[in-house]
Ligand binder design. Sequence first.
Ligand code: R5P
Length: 301
Amino acid sequence: MTTQALVVSGTSNTVLAAQVAHGLGLELGACRIERFPDGELDVELLAEVKGRDVYIVQSLIAPAGEHLLELALLADIAHRGGAHSVNAVVPYLGYARHDRRETRREPLGARVMAELLGARHLSRLICLDLHSLAVEGCFPTPVEHATAIPLLAEHLKAMPRPAVVVSPDLGGLKRAEVYAKQLGLPVALVHKERLSGADVSARAVVGDVKGKHVLVVDDMISTGGTMAAAVTAVLAAGAVGKVTLAATHGLFVGQAVERLQAVPVEKIWVSNSVPVKPTVALPVEVVSAAGALVSAVKPWL
Ligand code: R5P
């Protein structure tokens, strides 16, 4: 009986799971994930887990609740099957933006998600570029923070100069500084106001973008409102050429395609933490995040 660690994939991101297994030199355990006639999930793990460290790869993309349940069911199988440890590799952690309550009428969504996912059988959670590091506080299990920024930055070195890295809001400033350090560029900031879940407005640009090529960086592109507003703001402030965008998580939901088609964008660099639909009619370049996840898992093997 083998005691070698095992990678298991949920249905949300099978390509990345296979890349992670390959990068770690581990077996990708077969599982069967179907539906019972009443719509409930019917999950079976076909690989032997007894005595093994199990790493379940699952991004909590839409439908986030279903993917969360799939992950919890796989973790339960591994636990009940006698795994030595059960670990979740969650490249995109849904609900991470609900890390605080704006009003007393809202839930603390990240905490609820963490309780549903993490409290029971998980030894460790490996995440990629979390919306905020504070989300870790919602989890009872240790969290490993992997980052795809160096992998994305590698492709951005060829950007024309002079250039500046721009954060589309105050919350992303530290992230922009990480990109800027890797690229040897200065940083500027857009003063953003969120009007609703899908709408934002950019008020002003803080820092010098005049006559410079701009790279706007964020953790995610969801409805594209934040990035589109940032592009419009930096061009109004005198930036030159088309704007380059980079984000770890490319969700491209809602009006994202229309919004980003409506502004001058050179390229949009994202990782494969979320599978990008081949139909997305945007200049998207996808970089594999497998290397970042492999580096985060390896020390624990
Ligand atoms: C917000 O704080 C996040 O860092 C992103 O800026 C935001 O979630 C992007 O969402 P959207 O693309 O819908 O503007």
